[in-house]
Design a protein around this ligand. Structure first.
Ligand code: NAP
Length: 523
C-alpha cells in the first residue's frame, strides 16, 4: 500500500508572486468566514451549545475568527463514553485501514495547506512561513505515523526455546484524552491525535481554547479521511472546566498532553488516582515547558551564533517550547555578541501577520503574542527583567489595532538562578548571561528544572563532546539554532520537568499508545 519512503514535506518560503497571491487569497477566504459557528462532535453528532468560545485574532482582537461551542462536564463525560463504546470496533480494525486513513488525511492537508496556514495567521498570529511549516509538520506526522503503525503491527522477534512457541505483539490501550497547546495548533494537535488513532485507540480531543477553529478543522480533516463516527470526539472547552472531568474519568485509559509544566503536573497527579470503576493505571504522556539556551564559546562563529540566538528567541514571538530564552555567552566574546544580537533584533518588524513580508535570511519578522493574558504575563517578566538585568533593546508594547504586540526584548547581565534565568516566559524576551568558562556555561545551562532544547556554538571538538556528555537536554543541537525539529529526523521530547521525553516524531513514540501482549504455547 505504501510505496514511497517517508520524507519531510517541503516548507513554502513564499518566494514567488504566485505563491504570495495564493496565500493572500486564502487569508481573504478565511476572513470571509469570520464569526462562523463551529460545533462540538460526540459520537458523530454535531452539538451547538449556547455558550461559545470566542476565538479572536490576536493582531486585531475585535475580529472574531469563529464561535466554537463550549462543552460542559456532562458532554465531556458523554464523549468519553462514546469513545469507549467505539473502541471495541476500532481496536479490531486492520492496521492497513488505520494507516490508510492517516495517509488520506495527509493528502487532504496538502490540498488545504493554504487555508489551514491562513487560519493560523489570523487565529494565533503566526507568520506565513511559520504557519506553512506548522502544517508541513502535521503532514509529516501523518505520513510518518502511518508507516510506524504498520511497523508496530508486525510481530516482535523473540528468543526461541525448545518445547514452546512464543509470540509478542502490540494492542491498543483504550480511550485516550488528547490535550494540545495553542502554539503548534495544527502540527501538535494532528501529531498527538493521529498517533493515538493509528495504534487503534479512540480519542477525545480537547483543543486549546485559543485555537478552537483550527481544532475543528483538524477534526474535519480526519472525518473526510474516512474515520468512523465516534472514534474521534471533539470537545472544545476550558481546560480548567472540563480538563479534570476528562482526566479523572474511570474509562479514560491514557492522557496525551502537551502544554505548560503546571498543567502537566496537575494532570500527572490526578491521573495517578484509581477512581471507582477504573480497571487500570492511567498512562500519561506529558510534554511540557522549557527554559532553552544557546551556549556561545569564545572560539565560536559569532555571526552564526547571533543568527541562531535571534531566530530562536523571536521566531513565533518566542512562543515555542524550544525557543532560545537564555544566551549563555563566554566573557571573552560577551560585549561583541551583545552588539551582534542587538543589531539583528532591531531589524525585526512587528506587524499584523496578514501583512507579513517574507522573513530575511537571518532574522524573523514578528506578529502578536497569543492573548491579552500572555501579553500581561510577558510584560510582568519584562518589569522583573528591568530590575534583574540591563535592558539592551525593546521592553515595550506596541499599539496597533488593540493587538497583543510586544517589542522583541533583550536583557543582558542576567544572573544565574534569577527569575529571568529560571522561569519560562513564553514570549519575545531573551536573557543574556555572562559565563567565565565553557564548564561554567554547562553548569548554568543545566541549572533549571527543565531540560528540553539547547544548542552549543564552538569550533572545539573536545568541548562539543563535553557538551554531549554533560548537558541534560532532550534535544541538543551543535553549531545550529535550538528550534525547528523535523519529524523522523529529530525525535522531540524533554528531560526533567520538561516532560516524559516521549520523543514525538521518532521511532519510539507509538509504543506509548500500545501495550505488548505475549502468548506462549506448549508444542
Ligand atoms: P497550558 O495552559 O498548559 O494549556 C495546554 C492545554 O491544557 C490546553 O488545551 C488547555 O486548555 C489545557 N488545560 C488547561 N488546564 C487544564 C486542566 N486543569 N486539565 C486538563 N487540561 C487543561 O499551555 P499553553 O499555554 O496552551 O501552551 C504553552 C506551553 O506548552 C508552554 O509551557 C510550552 O513550553 C509548552 N509546549 C511544550 C511542547 C513540548 O513538546 N514539550 C510543545 C509545545 C508547547 P485551555 O486552552 O482551555 O486552557
Amino acid at each position: 500500500m505504501i510505496t514511497k519512503p517517508y520524507e519531510n514535506n517541503k516548507i513554502n518560503l513564499f518566494k514567488t508572486s504566485e505563491e504570495q497571491k495564493l496565500m493572500k487569497d486564502a487569508i481573504k477566504k478565511v476572513e470571509s468566514q469570520f464569526g462562523k459557528e463551529y460545533p462540538i462532535i460526540i459520537d458523530g453528532k454535531e452539538i451547538y451549545n449556547a455558550e461559545k468560545i470566542k476565538s479572536t485574532n490576536p493582531s486585531k482582537p475585535s475580529e472574531v475568527v469563529g464561535l466554537v461551542s463550549k462543552s460542559n462536564k456532562d458532554q465531556a463525560n458523554k464523549a468519553i463514553e462514546a469513545a469507549y463504546k467505539n473502541f471495541a470496533l476500532w481496536s479490531k480494525e486492520s492496521q492497513a485501514k488505520r494507516s490508510a486513513i492517516l495517509l488520506r488525511a495527509a493528502e487532504i492537508m496538502r490540498q488545504r495547506k493554504m487555508e489551514l496556514s491562513a487560519t493560523m495567521v489570523v487565529e494565533i498570529g503566526k507568520n506565513w512561513v511559520e504557519a506553512d511549516a506548522d502544517v508541513a509538520e502535521a503532514i509529516d506526522f501523518l505520513e510518518y505515523y502511518a508507516r510506524e503503525g504498520l511497523r508496530y503491527s508486525q510481530e516482535t522477534p523473540l528468543m526461541k526455546i525448545n518445547g514452546e512457541d512464543n509470540h509478542q505483539f502490540y494492542i491498543p490501550l483504550g480511550v485516550g484524552v488528547v490535550i494540545p497547546p495553542w502554539n503548534f495548533p495544527v502540527a501538535i494537535t494532528t501529531g498527538m491525535t493521529s498517533a493515538a488513532l493509528v495504534t487503534g485507540n479512540t480519542v477525545v480531543l480537547k483543543p486549546a481554547s485559543d485555537t478552537p477553529v483550527l481544532g475543528y478543522k483538524i477534526f474535519e480533516v480526519f472525518k473526510e479521511s474516512g474515520l468512523p463516527d465516534g472514534v474521534l470526539n471533539f470537545v472544545p472547552g476550558s481546560g480548567g472546566e472540563v480538563g479534570d472531568t476528562l482526566v479523572d474519568h474511570p474509562l479514560t485509559r491514557f492522557i496525551s498532553f502537551t502544554g505548560s509544566m503546571e498543567t502537566g503536573m496537575r494532570i500527572y497527579e490526578r491521573a495517578s488516582k484509581v477512581n471507582p470503576g477504573q480497571k487500570w493505571l492511567k498512562r500519561v504522556v506529558a510534554e511540557m515547558g522549557g527554559k532553552d539556551y544557546i551556549i556561545v564559546d569564545e572560539d565560536a562563529d559569532l555571526e552564526s551564533a547571533a543568527n541562531g540566538i535571534v531566530q530562536g528567541a523571536f521566531g513565533f514571538q518566542g512562543q515555542k517550547c524550544s525557543a532560545c530564552s537564555r544566551a549563555i555567552i563566554d566573557a571573552k566574546v560577551y560585549d561583541e555578541m551583545i552588539e551582534l544580537i542587538k543589531e539583528r533584533t532591531e531589524k525585526i518588524k512587528v506587524v499584523d501577520t496578514r501583512e507579513f513580508p517574507i522573513p530575511e535570511v537571518h532574522y524573523y519578522n514578528m506578529g502578536p503574542v497569543s492573548s491579552n493574558f500572555s501579553k500581561e504575563k510577558i510584560m510582568s517578566y519584562i518589569q522583573i527583567g528591568k530590575k534583574e538585568g540591563r535592558l539592551i533593546t525593546g521592553g515595550k508594547t506596541i499599539d496597533n489595532n488593540g493587538g497583543y504586540f510586544i517589542q522583541p526584548t533583550v536583557f543582558a547581565d542576567i544572573k544565574p538562578l534569577s527569575k529571568l534565568e529560571q522561569e519560562e516566559i513564553f514570549g519575545p524576551v531573551l536573557s543574556i548571561i555572562k559565563s567565565e568558562s565553557f564548564e561554567k556555561s554547562i553548569e548554568i545551562a543545566n541549572d533549571t528544572v527543565y531540560g528540553l532544547t539547547g544548542s552549543v556554538y564552538t569550533r572545539d571538538r573536545k568541548k562539543l563532546n563535553l557538551a554531549v556528555d554533560e548537558l541534560l537536554t532532550g534535544n541538543l543541537y551543535l553549531n545550529r539554532g535550538c528550534t525547528g525539529a523535523l519529524v523522523g529526523v529529530h525525535p522531540f521530547g524533554g528531560f526533567n520537568l520538561s516532560g516524559t521525553d516521549s520523543k514525538a516524531g521518532g521511532p519510539d513514540y507509538l509504543l506509548l499508545f500500545l501495550q505488548a501482549k505475549v502468548y506462549s504455547e506448549k508444542v
